[in-house]
Design a protein around this ligand. Sequence first.
Ligand code: XMP
Length: 514
Amino acid sequence: MKRETVIVLDFGGQYNQLIARRVRECNVYCEIYSYRTPLEQIRAMQPKGIIFTGGPNSCYLPDAPTYSKEIFELGVPVLGICYGSQLMMHLLGGTVEKAPVREYGKIEVTVDCSSKLFTDVSEKTICWMSHNDYIAKLAPGFAASAHTDNCPYAAMENVEKNLYATQFHPEVLHTKEGQKMLSNFVFRICGCSGDWKMDSFVEQSIRSIREKVGKGKVLCALSGGVDSSVAAVLMAKAVGEQLTCVFVDHGLLRKNEGDEVEAVFGPDGPYNLHFIRVNAQQRFYDKLAGVSEPEHKRKIIGEEFIRVFEEEAKKIGTVDFLVQGTIYPDVVESGVGGESTVIKSHHNVGGLPDHVDFKEIIEPLRDLFKDEVRRAGLELGIPDYLVFRQPFPGPGLGIRIIGEITAEKVRMVQDADAIWREEIARAGWDKKVNQYFAALTNMRSVGVMGDERTYDYVIALRAVTTTDFMTAESAEIPWEVIGRATSRIVNEVRHVNRVLYDCTGKPPGTIEWE
Ligand code: XMP
């Protein structure tokens, strides 16, 4: 059965993933494609709707991203957002030009008519605007459906052709009734039924994995994180005895994490898996010796991972499939999906070596956003404490030790991180922040301990709140919690004499330090 799909056509906007997530929150499946995707491909996907994203360009300039206007003739409803709205007008004969007044921020929008897009939306509603250009003249066949003080066409539509456009961004949370508008678009305009549900995802995945794998042997890379745990349990339910899970302890895990993973997935745990733990710590440290460039470290860790799996696979005998816990944001952020530039190559995707000794890689969570992975995990009966575990990057502490990695530095960051996590939990902040950890900076500073001068390392503590990990705010952890953690860290962790708290949001920072 074909799944209803809405396509997000990415023109380089920063909120492309958000749009897709918001659509999926309506239980409608949504995928992101670059504006370079040929029309034929889009047509073949038979989407229920298409959404044009925002973007940083001016659509009337010669090199600006554009699309064939035949897309409006497919008979598929289109919603243009910001740049997407301007491009729609530009392509269909309207006029876009530099706005006399630039609008930025939360702006009151007045809805002018009873539009399907604005069903149940208040007449005056706060929306997020960010544009330098504006639509000066509508394309023929369009009518204005909303305005602001400075923007005569804040929303417009051609009802007959099912074309809708908003100058503002309904996908960001600052647009108070944005989710309602997107839901109106997918249900009232595109006629979706909302068939994207986690129980059916799990059921369908199990069925298609069984079909694909047949009697083949499957090897699963288990890290103990949410993604690979959910992938492993999903695979185990699908192919049972044919699955072997290999857990590589690369020596870059959090303190005691290796043993914890073994306790859950090993022979004494609740799952019926073939579990193999490979203690490859030294091997990774040797490979990483002298390497300090972040992307290089990621690549080494990613490749070494695959090599270890290949070796394990050889010991097991013929292995047909390798499972990876790649999720949708990894795919998009690696530049595979939409238009996003590669900010960091992700361990699971960008860092994959060209040559892999397996017949095929299976990525059962490749289509899921993080919150969907968690829902799938609950659906599979995985306990809450595993499902709601904070994210931990594939390259592990390798990207939380700035510069060169040594066993000694791993020990320092592990100990400091364990203290930070303990103190955060003790203060009840573990439920209020979404990710928190310690990073070891590559900086040493002078201090004094007792009567002695020290020249030791500086630890940075991080705690962020975020809903999507694409943007984040530094959490305002009470001073006393930071203070207690600081004093414990400098007292208990050898060769650390100073602690900093990272106040940077994302953007401009990233959550991890490398
Ligand atoms: P950044 O640092 O890009 O992180 O703001 C966003 C989220 O992604 C996690 N992260 C990674 N996860 N492999 C992963 O599996 C990676 O290479 C990687 N880099 C960052 C990070 O912990 C945060 O949750």
